[in-house]
Design a binder for this molecule. Structure first.
Ligand code: LLP
Length: 425
């Protein structure tokens, strides 16, 4: 079977009959480290970042990696060393960024449900900005900051009511979902923020959704946000930065999102045309920085032919790769060492006791038990959403840099999983 062209970028490719990440043969890694195994290419991450950096060349802009996409310390370290800021959504994520060497003042804290405790942690660390999502949160943050003897830097997340044309679970900028402050209430909310003694208004932000593959929703959101910026400043509240969120999609299966530099050329032209080109800009990309930099290696355990379906049972499951079960998401699945001969159509499924535990449906594969497969585009929202369901330990992770493969997370054991538990005595 001749494998199809792989999505994304050139750092994951066949050499002869072997799949490589950069200079490292994946079958060798699976041999040494076992499966399921996540393998990431550092060069692919830096290349994805470079597209944004090119797009913002000569501008006052900060790229804050949305670490929910992949929060493993070794991955955060790559972006910290490259000078990125971070978009966090919990106290746990804050601790991870600091542990990975990220700069506190380049952290922005998003999310609809920050607790007082998380606010205190973030104030103590000295983060750059709180992206506040409701009037209630403004009041609480002001109170917490005052008690802390400081004023919290805030931006308000506005909901531009733009359809990002993506999966409903990952659309966030439409009326009727829980995120942000409604467009019509924005000015009022800013006036309240400016009046609260524990707050310092520094910016405005929006985020319209994820896996966006078109330019238009971004341009529309930018127009809506700039209308608000003008209205807020006309009311006497200066805004230092504008944060346009994340959301740019990747190629999972022939998807054609704009390149980050091309998208930003268009957006910056719009910003300039409206006279806002000198502003400090921020963005919060997640998936587009890591999604196509990672693969998940897995072994075929059994083949199970059936009357209606043939099943290819692998050792990775919905606890490792939750996106198919959660969003009917498509990930390409390819052999590490393709065989000659005819393919059979299989549903590729994991060992978890749920019918929803499938990784790919109706896939043509020529495989035998013991063969190794790679689930592609697995760098974003896979390990970071992994669970221990069925008491399955989370997979190990490797970061490949040229010829080197660094273990950045060892395989989790059952003992690790039981560590925080106790029997009743
Ligand atoms: N900023 C905020 C406020 C967000 O909520 C998100 C993602 C991002 C930035 C980064 O978005 P990205 O550039 O990665 O699209 N688990 C889903 C995706 C959930 C996205 C949640 N928010 C999936 O696997 O498709």
């Amino acid at each position: 079977m001749i494998p199809r062209k792989l999505p994304g970028q050139p750092h994951i490719a066949y050499r002869g009959n072997q799949l490589f990440v950069e200079e490292v043969c994946l079958a060798d890694l699976a041999q040494v480290h076992g499966t399921p195994l996540f393998v990431y290419s550092k060069a692919a991450m830096l290349e994805a970042l470079a597209a944004y950096q090119r797009g913002f060349a000569g501008r006052n802009a900060r790229i804050c990696y949305a670490m929910k996409a992949n929060s493993s310390l070794g991955v955060l370290q790559v972006f910290a060393q490259a000078g990125c800021g971070f978009d966090i959504v919990s106290g746990g994520e804050l601790q991870r960024v600091l542990a990975a060497g990220g700069a506190a003042d380049k952290i922005i804290f998003s999310g609809v449900g920050k607790t007082r405790d998380e606010m205190r942690q973030a104030l103590a660390a000295g983060i750059g900005c709180f992206n506040v999502e409701s009037e209630a949160e403004l009041e609480v943050l002001s109170e917490v900051a005052l008690a802390f003897g400081t004023r919290a830097p805030v931006s308000i997340r506005v909901n531009p009511n733009v359809d990002p044309k993506t999966h409903p679970y990952i659309s966030t900028g439409l009326k009727g979902n829980k995120f942000g402050v409604a467009h019509e209430r924005t000015l009022q909310t800013y006036q309240r923020a400016a009046a609260l003694p524990g707050l310092r208004v520094v910016g405005i932000d929006c985020h319209i959704g994820s896996q966006i593959t078109e330019e238009t929703p971004y341009l529309d959101a930018m127009d809506r946000v700039l209308d608000l910026v003008e209205a807020i400043e006309a009311a006497g509240i200066p805004l230092h930065h504008i944060d346009f969120g994340g959301g740019l999609g990747i190629d999972y299966n022939g998807d054609t999102p704009p390149a980050a530099d091309a998208l930003w050329a268009r957006l910056l032209a719009r910003l300039d045309a409206r006279g806002h080109g000198d502003r400090q800009l921020m963005i919060e990309p997640g998936r587009s920085l890591v999604g196509n930099a990672g693969v998940c290696l897995t072994e075929v355990i059994y083949l199970k032919p059936g009357e209606q379906k043939n099943f290819c049972i692998i050792d990775a499951a919905m606890n490792d790769l939750p996106r198919p079960a959660m969003y009917q998401a498509f990930h390409q699945i390819v052999p590490l060492q393709p065989r000659e001969g005819d393919a059979t159509v299989f549903d590729v499924v994991g060992p978890v006791c749920e019918s929803g535990d499938w990784i790919g449906r109706d896939r043509a594969l020529n495989v035998q038990p013991g063969d190794l497969l790679a689930v592609l585009s697995a760098g974003a929202y896979c390990m970071s959403m992994a669970s221990n369901y069925n008491t399955r330990g989370r997979a190990a992770e490797l970061l490949v840099d040229g010829t080197q493969a660094h273990l950045i997370r060892r395989r989790e054991t059952a003992t690790d999983q039981m560590m925080a538990e106790s029997l009743v005595r």
